[in-house]
Write a protein that binds this ligand. Structure first.
Ligand SMILES: *Cc1c(COP(=O)(O)O)cnc(C)c1O
Length: 429
């Protein structure tokens, strides 16, 4: 008989108790998709008709989102394609707590409306006492749009030619600024800009002077730029985009500017990302002079750029909570990483896999700390493991180097070694 005729009907397959249970948890549409896929395989003769229900169960996704959690072993701490900073468990729990109805704009004591996200704002203000006031938006790009709109729409932004930066994926800060209706008044040259260049350009048309941290490249040789402190007397708002979101100096990354240091040096406003070196959720931070922050907050555009309750909860927990996974990764002791790599490699070799521990170099990534390498350790596997590991039940993403797949331990939380071990054994099957 034609096997296509014998492919069980959708309603019969859907009655399988395992699929009924999953439909309750993930929704019927996802289960139906899995069933349809299994029926297709049966029609093509890949599986027998009696295997359709089992195949559908095996194909069920773990979540109602198609986005999958991934184990980042690329050695890139802030991997843009893998969602930048991984949240701390405190931040994850806080976001989950805020996910239902929550008092995001409500005072439980009085029953009256309250300031949206006040806990996150207070935590940020407390973390940077040098800031008179703080505001939060969707990301750093949004912070720049808001600042450019409020202070320079129809006017000029004075900016060094050495700081006209492309952040990545075609995102160019000058294009973003111009989109607000501001005009760029470029000063200096690619490699050198002096105080006199800024002073000559500042005038009645100036809305603000913007300094952008060249986060993802370095200029070497005959170079010169102007410190924030030197610009502070120009009589117009000095805005500094520090990019990374470091709030205070990080000794491991001496070249990275921090919000407190830049404000103390005389910046009027600082903008930064929440999901780079701050180690939190995607967000844009605005810190600085009270009157300027207030003008940003009151602008109609602020509403379009506001952050949601999940972000507010996760950011507050990042600021107040325990060390973030990013900071753990940044500070990890190379010797300890080597030991973990050695133990993993030994166990895998014991299972007959060509695994060995090698030294490695990790990077910060996320368009930050260019040229900085962090000594690390990796498990080196045959390259053929790359695809099975990436597409396994728990996807593990490493990096291919010299014909080997390297799984870098620096980006792996200490409690995940066993998960990686299992994933590699499965990928070997
Ligand atoms: C990353 C970065 C941005 C963009 O920040 P998002 O939070 O991704 O919008 C802007 N400026 C600098 C200097 C950056 O490094």
């Amino acid at each position: 008989m034609d096997s296509r005729r014998r492919v069980p009907r959708t309603d019969l397959v859907l009655a399988d108790p395992r699929l009924v249970a999953t439909a309750g948890r993930l929704g019927r549409a996802i289960v139906k998709d899995a069933v349809a896929q299994a029926q297709r395989r049966a029609r093509q003769g890949e599986i027998g008709p009696e295997e359709v229900a089992d195949a559908a169960v095996a194909a069920l996704p773990p979540y109602a989102t198609s986005m999958r959690p991934v184990i980042n072993m690329t050695g890139v701490l802030l991997h843009t394609n893998l969602g930048r900073a991984p949240l701390s468990s405190a931040a994850i729990a806080s976001a989950a707590a805020a996910a239902g109805s929550a008092d995001v704009e409500f005072d439980l004591a009085t029953g009256a409306r309250a300031r949206r996200g006040r806990g996150a704002l207070e935590a940020l203000a407390r973390a940077v006492p040098a800031a008179e006031d703080v505001h939060l938006v969707n990301n750093n790009a949004a912070a720049l749009v808001l600042v450019a709109t409020v202070f320079a729409a129809g006017r000029e932004i004075v900016i060094s030619r050495g700081e006209l930066v492309e952040i990545g994926d075609g995102f160019r800060i000058p294009d973003l600024l111009i989109s607000t209706g501001a005009r760029l008044r470029e000063v200096g040259t690619t490699n050198r800009t002096s105080y006199a260049d800024y002073a000559a350009a500042v005038g009645p048309e100036t809305g603000l002077v913007l300094k952008v941290h060249p986060s993802n490249f370095r200029v070497e040789g005959f170079t010169g730029s102007v410190e924030v402190a030197a610009l502070a007397g120009l009589g117009v708002p000095i805005v500094v985009d520090i990019g990374s979101g470091l709030l205070a100096r990080e000794p491991l990354l001496p070249e990275e500017p921090d919000a407190a240091g830049v404000l103390k040096a005389g910046a009027d406003l600082v903008t930064a990302s929440g999901d780079k070196l701050l180690g939190g959720p995607q967000a844009g931070l605005l810190l600085g002079r009270r009157d300027l922050v207030e003008r940003c907050r009151r602008h109609p555009l602020a509403r379009a750029l506001r952050v949601d309750k999940l972000t507010l909860a996760a950011l507050e927990a990042t600021l107040r909570g325990p060390a973030t996974p990013l900071h753990e990764a940044l500070r990890a002791d190379p010797a300890a990483l080597g030991e973990r790599a050695g133990m993993l490699a030994d166990k895998l070799a014991g299972a007959g896999i060509d695994a060995r521990a090698v030294s490695s170099e990790a990077t910060v990534g996320g368009g930050g700390a260019p040229g900085v390498t962090l000594p690390s350790a990796a498990v080196s596997l045959p390259e053929r493991f790359t695809v099975p590991l990436r597409t396994g039940a728990i996807p593990v993403v490493g990096r291919v180097e010299g014909g080997r797949l390297l799984l870098d331990l620096r980006t792996l939380p200490v409690d995940r070694d066993d998960d990686v071990m299992r994933a590699v054994l499965e990928a070997d099957g």
